[in-house]
Design a protein around this ligand. Structure first.
Ligand code: GLN
Length: 551
């Protein structure tokens, strides 16, 4: 039987609950325990796949094709494990299950209610992963903030489990904010007290309180929180601002968070925390020998969370290459043929981001052309690969009206077209080509040099694909399909062999990069950018746009 840890949040959102949960998981894993994490989100969408990235940040995709909250990305990157459909549950999914059951007649004669039917379904899913005999500990992060109307059923489910599970199999950790009032020169504990009171009013009592703070908590503050919130002083944990999220496990180790958890859960068999690899990684992140500057061309750049996994993959790849990766965000809508030289000058590599819809695509195509012609390292992901194909068709093959049917339904030259199996689908939720698919890699290609194997598995999230009718023409002109799905013939990787580093992938490699396993394409891309930046380009003047983002 697994033991369960529930992580709730109070006072405000954006405290970094996912990072704290992942850090605790990392420490327990480093002590030899088998750990997984899941996230329960109180919104009504069945999954975040139908949400605009501006609403909820990036949509993460698991091996088994679940579209999930971006916190699952943190869990995978920290723990180096795969999560699955079962690791992300929303209110929508809970209700969908209960309503389907009601229609099937499972509750015949009964009034179906939030308590017990909805809470029973929440509890069933909370315990699910722990019943597989695969894990010693299952950590459940509850999305939202205590006090929100929509998180009430989840808090109620935790309340019930607190009594139903043996005491030593259940732990509740509450994350709050301890703000610093500059005028009073004081840290304030009242919001924490009130948030814990709110929890108590719902019948849930935290065992551990983690306090997010910009200033160190002294013993007196910790004692005060312990006194008012009914926990031991040692269970009041300081979570100070960190220079990188990857430092948080080390900070939590220093606060002995893992030891307090092990004590409450009565786990007596555990090893010394082995964080050697993690610390080596962190050391390189903190003290890089070199730097490279990469342009991230996207249309959601106002919100950093929209490209979370890409940004984290750069950190992993930077560490392997012993260099700091400065990411300069360039809004694709602002790139024109007239200003591209000025906008992109001074970069060591260009990544064209994934995306949906026509907004900003012409700017992406112009950026691809710039990278192709200037022999700047280029990496296109999903829509980025599709834009690279359109650029090549228009400017090398002289098919000036080449386009994707996503952007122009009746284009005469659909170089990118909707996948056959997608054409009959009208439902939008969870219906893209999702999750892990195999891809065969051709030898003597850049892709083979990167992966060093013929067979890979990568995760997908798309409806459109390269149109194989044009493949021979592309390959004759030097843009080849170096990775293909053997069963369907879908082109998964394209590259230009006369370019030092030009690769586009239909899948999302950023979803598989972890601290312990940085993704090889990102690693090679940064390596190519390093080589590029080492060259003597006296004419390279960093544009104002880039300089302002670097300062
Ligand atoms: N919109 C494109 C498609 O659906 C690309 C998707 C993506 O970049 N994830 O094929």
């Amino acid at each position: 039987m697994a033991k369960y840890i529930f992580v709730t949040g109070g006072v405000t959102s954006s405290l970094g609950k996912g990072i704290i949960a992942a850090s605790l998981a990392k420490l327990l894993q480093a002590r030899g325990l088998k750990v997984t994490i899941q996230k329960f989100d109180p919104y009504i969408n069945v999954d975040p796949g139908t949400l605009n990235p501006y609403e909820h940040g990036e949509c993460f995709v698991t091996e088994d094709g679940a579209e999930t909250d971006l916190d699952l990305g943190h869990y995978e990157r920290f723990l180096n494990i795969n999560t699955s459909q079962a690791n992300n549950v929303t209110t929508g999914r809970i209700y969908q299950t209960v309503i389907n059951r009601e229609r099937e007649g499972d509750y015949l004669g009964k009034t179906v209610q939030v308590v017990p039917h909805i809470t029973d379904e929440i509890k069933r899913r909370m315990l699910l992963l722990g019943q597989k005999d695969e894990y010693d500990i299952v950590i459940t992060e509850i999305g939202g903030t205590v006090g929100d109307i929509e998180s009430l059923p989840f808090i109620e489910a935790v309340r019930q489990l607190q009594w139903e599970l043996p005491e030593e199999d259940c732990l509740i950790m509450h994350l709050t904010l301890v703000p610093y009032l500059k005028a009073a020169k004081e840290l304030k504990t009242k919001p924490t007290q009130q948030s814990v009171k709110l929890m108590s009013a719902n019948g849930v009592h935290p065992d551990i309180i983690v306090c997010r703070t910009e200033h160190p908590l002294n013993d007196e503050i910790k004692r005060k929180i312990a006194l008012f919130c009914n926990v031991k002083t040692e269970a009041v944990i300081e979570s100070a601002d960190a220079s990188t999220i990857y430092e948080v496990p080390i900070l939590m180790l220093r606060e002995k968070l893992d030891l307090i958890v092990l004590k409450k859960l009565n786990i007596t068999q555990f090893a010394e925390a082995d964080l050697t690899k993690w610390k080596q990684f962190l050391d390189k992140v903190r003290h890089p020998a070199k730097k490279v500057t990469i342009g991230l061309i996207g249309k959601y750049i106002e919100l950093q969370d929209a490209y979370k996994s890409i940004l984290e993959s750069f950190i992993h790849a930077g560490s392997v290459n012993d260099c700091k990766v400065y990411v300069v965000n360039v809004h694709s809508e602002n790139i024109t043929a007239e200003n591209v030289d000025e906008k992109l000058n001074g970069l060591d590599g260009l990544l064209v981001a994934p995306g949906f819809g026509f907004r900003g695509i012409e700017g992406k195509i112009i950026a691809v052309k710039f990278a192709r012609e200037k022999k700047l390292p280029f990496f296109g992901i999903c829509l980025g690969m599709q834009m690279a194909a359109i650029e090549f068709a228009r400017n090398v093959l002289n098919i000036s009206d080449a386009n994707s049917t996503e952007m122009e339904a009746d284009t005469p030259n659909p170089v990118i077209d909707m996948m056959q199996e997608q054409k009959e689908i009208s439902m939008k939720g969870g219906t893209m080509r999702l999750g892990s698919y195999p891809c065969s890699i051709k030898e003597r290609t850049l892709a083979f040099e990167i992966y060093k194997t013929n067979q890979i598995f990568e995760r997908h999230r798309h409806r459109w694909e390269f149109n194989n009718k044009y493949l021979a023409e592309f390959e004759n002109a030097g843009m080849i399909a170096s990775g293909v799905n053997d069963q369907t013939g879908l082109v998964e990787i394209m590259e230009i062999n006369s370019h030092p580093f030009f690769i586009g992938v239909q899948f999302h490699p950023e979803l598989k990069s972890t601290v312990e396993n940085p993704h090889p394409i990102f690693v090679h891309f940064i390596k190519a950018a390093k080589t590029y930046s080492a060259k003597d380009y006296p004419e390279t003047i960093v544009s104002e746009n880039i300089a302002s983002q670097l300062s």
